[in-house]
Design a protein around this ligand. Structure first.
Ligand code: GTP
Ligand code: MG
Length: 139
């Protein structure tokens, strides 16, 4: 069943570069309701669990290292057609291929340091949201 929620992380590069506030502002102005929000830091272990689907890929080690290098903002967002719209809103994984005006085009430096995460399916949005948030942290 389709849902209207997605999960996002503002990644360590964007937080370290001071772009988290601007990105969150753009998310809210684009019509997403913030259902849950947390400032936290992944360990190598939790980053590895979060991206376990990529564990056989050549970039997995770098991805885990990058995602655990500094704090992130994690959030659950609500909007009609949230998954698909948010993936368009953040742009392609490689910022060099991201459409103008997308978050990754404007804030990401490379395919590794690509500023933001967006869930790729309703099922994964639920899994990822549950990874970070209890039911007492959603409004
Ligand atoms: P996320 O929103 O972070 O999940 O990115 P995505 O859904 O656009 O891409 P995907 O889930 O396929 O990959 C997860 C992360 O691994 C990406 O955000 C990239 O940082 C990294 N990644 C994916 N593909 C490559 C690749 O071919 N090379 C490298 N170096 N990194 C990659
Ligand atoms: Mg992904």
């Amino acid at each position: 069943m389709a849902t209207n929620r997605t999960f996002t992380m503002i990644k360590p590069d964007a937080v370290a570069n001071g772009h988290a506030g601007a990105i969150l502002d753009r998310i809210i102005k684009a019509g997403y309701k913030v259902v849950a929000l947390k400032y936290t830091k992944l360990s190598a272990e939790t980053a590895g669990q979060f991206y376990a689907v990529h564990s056989e890929r050549p970039f997995y080690k770098d991805l885990v290292s990058f995602m655990s290098q500094g704090p992130i903002y994690a959030a659950i967002l609500e909007k009609d057609n949230a998954i698909e719209d948010f993936r368009k809103f953040i742009g392609a994984t490689d910022p060099a291929k991201a459409d103008a005006g997308t978050i990754r085009a404007d804030f990401a430096k490379s395919i590794d340091a690509n500023a933001i995460h967006g869930s790729d399916s309703d099922e994964n949005a639920a899994i990822e949201g549950n990874f970070f948030f209890s039911n007492f942290e959603r409004f």
